[in-house]
Design a protein around this ligand. Structure first.
Ligand code: SAM
Length: 290
């Protein structure tokens, strides 16, 4: 064992729970569906165990790791690979244009190619990272290890306790599926809860780079109106939807009831009963009535 390996201490505050199950590493890489044509981004490579499996299956991997003390270990473990770039940075603040430029040096064409992300995410910033990845039109697919409870919220169906703003936001950008549940015993150090791997396949219009709107989706008025309606709907999720929308959203009760009737929604429904399409229909009916 090299000195830096012996001296390495996992940093809890950086979410450093490393995968120690070899079969799991291979399974994640297999299930991600990446192939030799793919440009892969890994967030938080840690000691490089998953990175190695990704390198074996892809055209190239760019790995962004915040912890400087992991650099010698990571570089040494993966020194035999030429198709790897390691960047020591905080993914949340790192300029994505640099990632694109690095891939471009390896043949990436912005007009044709997309990036696939595979990562065992640091749990303390899971939502922030997922949000950034969803909004990024260069990224077409993500295979992400998250806490089991977060995974259940991502893939939830209407009507359940887990269904909410996170589900609808993931549905807006992508088709999601639960790939596997992972026991906490597969990590070192062992976390308190189990994990799960979720796959996101972005909708074609969300990653259509010939459409300028995809780069500014947060500023798109329809998107902003839709998510302000959804946020108001879930702000009091135990109440009837109509009451939440009147109390928090500031909508007019008569307008709402007419829009409900037009879309065949029961007057007593709650926020969790509507699908993303239902919310889109509701917004469009309300807007027409105004
Ligand atoms: N990929 C390794 C594995 O699967 O065993 C390690 C995964 S561990 C759950 C999360 C990794 O993300 C850690 O190596 C941690 O240092 C890194 N990390 C935490 N915050 C980060 C950030 N803001 N940007 C990049 N990496 C980060």
């Amino acid at each position: 064992m090299k000195a830096y390996e012996k001296n390495f201490r996992h940093k809890h505050f950086l979410g450093q729970n490393f995968i120690i199950d070899e079969f799991l590493l291979e399974d994640i890489a297999d299930e991600s569906g990446i192939s030799k044509d793919d440009y892969v981004l890994e967030i938080g490579p840690g000691n490089g165990a998953l990175t190695r499996c990704l390198l074996d299956r892809s055209k190239c991997v760019l790995a962004v790791e915040i912890d400087k003390s992991l650099m010698p270990l990571l570089k040494d473990n993966l020194k035999s690979y030429e198709n790897l770039t390691i960047i020591n940075a905080d993914f949340l603040t790192y300029d994505f244009q640099n990632i694109i430029s690095d891939f471009e040096a390896k043949g990436f064409d912005k007009k044709i190619n997309h990036i696939k992300v595979v990562a065992n995410l640091p749990y303390y910033i899971t939502s922030l990272i997922i949000n950034q990845l969803l909004l990024n039109p260069y990224i077409s697919e993500m295979t992400l290890m998250v806490q089991k409870e977060v995974a259940e919220r991502i893939v939830a169906k209407p009507g359940g306790r887990d269904y909410g703003i996170l589900t609808l936001s993931c549905n807006y950008f992508s088709e999601t599926s639960l790939l596997m549940i992972v026991s906490k015993k597969c990590f070192d150090p062992m976390p308190k809860v189990d994990s799960a791997v979720v796959h996101f396949k972005k909708h074609a219009d969300i990653i259509d780079l010939s459409n300028n709107d995809v780069f500014h989706i947060e500023d798109n008025e329809d998107y902003k109106k839709l998510f302000s309606l959804i946020k108001a709907s879930f702000s009091q999720r135990r109440k009837k939807l109509v009451n939440s929308l009147v109390n928090v959203g500031g909508y007019d009760k008569d307008t709402l009831l007419k829009a409900f009737a037009k879309n065949n929604f029961d007057e007593n429904i709650r926020a969790e009963n509507l699908s993303l399409d239902d919310y889109i229909k509701l917004l469009s009916t309300i807007s027409i009535q105004k």
